[in-house]
Ligand binder design. Structure first.
Ligand SMILES: NC(=O)c1ccc[n+]([C@@H]2O[C@H](COP(=O)([O-])OP(=O)(O)OC[C@H]3O[C@@H](n4cnc5c(N)ncnc54)[C@H](OP(=O)(O)O)[C@@H]3O)[C@@H](O)[C@H]2O)c1
Length: 291
């Protein structure tokens, strides 16, 4: 990133090779995934929350081969194939330094491995924070998105009944996950009660969702800035929970329990074009940058 601003602030450039710290690894990146938070950081909407501005390398998730290992890093060796979660960014690069990683099973494609970490971590984290258990009813707002679909499928696998708020054209997608679809444009069509709400859209009718849950105690949003004002917790990364969450999500992906979004793969040099298409809504797919 040359600066905060439109997609054109993203350009391919040489930068210093980051050095892994004692408990970190450095990875030769095969694919890096693009997520909606990347667009918000680039545009300058999250100043103070994430680093940005000149010299920032975006990217919360990637997959590649371990190239260097910090002297205290455990259970990992040069040459291992891994997926990495990068809460301090740096994925859109040939080399990325990671605090958190999970082995990439041979049965998982490189593209899926790169597409999973951020959404898998967030989905499992919020399900655990909501403490939703088998037999309970969970409303997932944005259940066809990256995080929402992982949360929906993990919840169903844990025996939770999921009401999935999606656009009508995605009803069959979430039915395929074992969830009950409702139109996210009008949550009032659902007449029952729910035990908990996971907002994985950031743009939902939160007041209506709170009403369905009978209060805010078990309502969590991942990104709606109106959440705290409504008494809804805005979830953030819990470092101790990251690796267990990554392991659960990767395990379920490897065993065929998870189906990810459709993907489009483009060269790293086309990151700006991908941001442009995602921002305009002309691309509805998980974008992966091939390094
Ligand atoms: N706090 C954290 O740690 C954390 C971590 C990961 C992600 N996030 C944030 O969580 C959000 C979801 O991330 P993501 O990667 O899953 O994004 P995504 O793939 O773009 O999914 C967002 C979903 O929200 C849906 N949506 C749009 N308008 C809606 C509405 N009015 N009601 C309900 N759903 C609606 C979208 O549906 P359509 O496709 O039909 O438009 C889409 O499926 C983003 O805001 C992201 O920045 C936060």
């Amino acid at each position: 990133m040359d600066d905060y601003g439109p997609p054109s602030v993203l350009r391919l450039a040489e930068t210093d090779v980051p050095t892994p710290g004692a408990e970190q690894i450095r990875v030769t990146v095969r694919y890096a995934a693009v997520g909606p938070t990347d667009l918000a950081i680039r545009a300058g909407h999250l100043k103070g929350v994430f680093p940005g501005g000149p010299g920032t390398v975006l990217g919360f998730e990637a997959a590649g081969v371990v190239e260097s290992v910090g002297h205290s890093a455990q259970d990992v060796a040069v040459g291992d194939e891994v997926a990495v979660f990068l809460p301090r960014l740096g994925g859109y690069a040939a080399l990325a330094v990671a605090d958190f990683w999970v082995p990439k099973p041979a049965s998982v494609s490189w593209a899926d491995a790169a597409a999973l970490p951020a959404s898998g971590e967030a989905a499992v984290r919020v399900l655990d924070q909501l403490a939703v258990s088998a037999g309970e009813t969970l409303l997932v707002l944005g259940a066809a998105g990256s995080v929402g679909r992982v949360a929906t499928q993990v919840a169903v696998a844990r025996g939770v009944r999921v009401i999935a708020a999606v656009r009508p054209s995605d009803f069959d997608v979430v039915r395929g996950f074992g969830a009950t679809p409702i139109d996210y444009h009008d949550l009032s069509v659902f007449s029952g009660e729910v035990d908990a709400v996971l907002d994985a859209s950031g743009r939902s009718d939160l007041p209506a969702a709170i009403a369905l849950a009978g209060g805010t105690d078990r309502v969590i949003t991942l990104s709606d800035p109106r959440g705290p004002g409504l008494g809804v917790k805005l979830s953030d990364v819990v470092p101790d929970g990251v690796v267990p969450a990554l392991r659960e999500a990767m395990g379920r992906l490897a065993s065929g329990e998870l189906s990810l979004q459709s993907q489009v793969v483009v060269p790293l040099a086309e990151a700006a074009d991908v941001h442009d298409k995602l921002a305009s809504g002309s691309l509805r797919a998980k974008a992966l940058l091939e390094i």
